[in-house]
Design a protein around this ligand. Structure first.
Ligand code: UD1
Length: 364
């Protein structure tokens, strides 16, 4: 790419985990007068709880464009992202499309940009679970293969990209933009009290999230995980994801255990506060494996693999699958053990987006 006097960047965000990564990227890009970044919200997530709340809390600017794609099957959703983003790019050309993470919006927009001849930069490139039954793994592989600029969060990602034949000078290890947001807002959680009305002792609960299709699309799985959690020795705080809520409602799953406190999806600051004060976090989210590593809170992951191995090798994460007997045993063992030591991975220091913008300033 040539060194242009103005660079028009379309930064794409569509689903909840994109928003905390997009905020620092937009902020860092705006520090360069040459860059004209615009925020394209695909509308993959659209509820106030899954989207709007994050814009206010993270100082994200109002999206310049809202594509309104909404929910659907994998193909319906990705297809709508592609149709709407193609239309948008046709009306408002861009010199670079910046996509983030591994959601369907990431995939759809990178395919459209590549076919329109617009270079793609992928934030959080190179992560691999090597499990192609996860929609996110397909999204990662396709997005990386179409991206000219690959921003990585950890050195294992660099290795995967090199092994797949990406030129070394296309790979830029800048660190973790989600941790930029965590560091920026850490202190803002002090006056948050998400448990105040719930009768759960602050600092003495388990925090649970659950939303992967492989874990929740079969109601029987949801039932057996909830049964294991109902026997846990501490109260369980469970902000329920809309996907999981839908499955539970359809299957008539009732949570009868009074020790499981179901709440709506939490906003960013409340959830950060809930993580910081939990004795233990149980999750199948990718981002939460990373956040607990930085916070030094023990994390048990309801999966058999992770695309974020650094959270195990350096951090507090352990993979436990979803067998109910194992879940309960792991909870007991973890609560009885000393808090695991954590080493914050290299470049998860709050400045990843600044490094990313400096790379773009050099090469665009
Ligand atoms: C998506 C991402 C996943 C990410 C997760 C975070 C893909 C393939 N998956 O999964 O990687 O970890 O977001 O939340 O992109 N719904 C609402 N309101 C909303 C959004 C969704 O009620 O604002 C409901 C709908 O019923 C929808 C379901 O949640 O069908 C699932 O949403 P969807 O965007 O398809 O995927 P997620 O499970 O959220």
């Amino acid at each position: 790419m040539s060194h242009a006097s103005e660079v028009r960047l379309a930064v794409v965000a569509g689903a909840r985990p994109n928003f905390m990564k997009a905020a620092p990227v937009l902020r860092a890009l705006k520090a360069y007068p040459r860059f004209s970044p615009r925020l394209v919200h695909t509308g993959q997530h659209y509820d106030e709880q899954m989207s709007g709340a994050f814009f206010a809390e993270l100082d994200l600017p109002k999206p310049d464009v809202f594509l309104g794609v909404g929910s659907g099957s994998q193909a319906e959703q990705t297809g709508r992202v592609m149709v709407e983003f193609e239309r948008h790019l046709g009306e408002s050309p861009a010199d670079l499309v910046v996509v983030i993470g591994d959601v369907n919006s990431t995939l759809g927009c990178s395919v459209v940009a590549a076919k329109a001849g617009v270079p793609v930069a992928h934030v959080e490139a190179g992560l691999r679970s090597f499990d192609r039954s996860m929609p996110e793994e397909i999204n990662r592989i396709v997005t990386d293969s179409l991206s000219q600029i690959l921003f990585t969060t950890s050195t294992d990602a660099d290795e995967h990209l090199l092994a797949e034949g990406h030129p070394p000078d296309s790979i830029h290890f800048v660190g973790n933009t989600m941790i930029d947001t965590l560091e920026r807002h850490r202190a803002d959680t002090a006056d948050r009290a998400p448990l105040a009305a719930l009768g759960v002792p602050d600092g003495d609960y388990l925090l649970v999230t659950l939303h992967r299709p492989a874990n929740v699309d079969d109601p029987q799985n949801v039932r057996s995980i909830l049964d294991a959690l109902a026997s846990a020795p501490l109260p369980v705080v469970f902000p329920m994801h809309p996907r999981t809520r839908k499955v539970a409602d359809r299957a008539g799953i009732k949570i009868v255990a009074s020790s499981i406190v179901v709440i709506p999806p939490a906003g960013y600051l409340d959830f950060l506060r809930l993580q910081r004060h939990a004795r233990l976090v149980l999750t199948d989210s990718g981002g939460i494996q990373e956040e607990t590593t930085v916070l030094g809170v023990p994390c048990l992951t309801f999966r058999d693999n992770t695309e974020r191995p650094v959270t195990i090798t350096s951090g507090t994460n352990r993979l436990i699958g979803t067998d109910p007997g194992r879940i309960l045993a792991e909870i007991q063992t973890t609560l009885a053990a000393a808090t695991p030591t954590t080493q914050v991975p290299p470049l998860w220091d709050g400045h990843a987006a600044e490094r990313l913008a400096a790379v773009l300033d050099r090469i665009c």
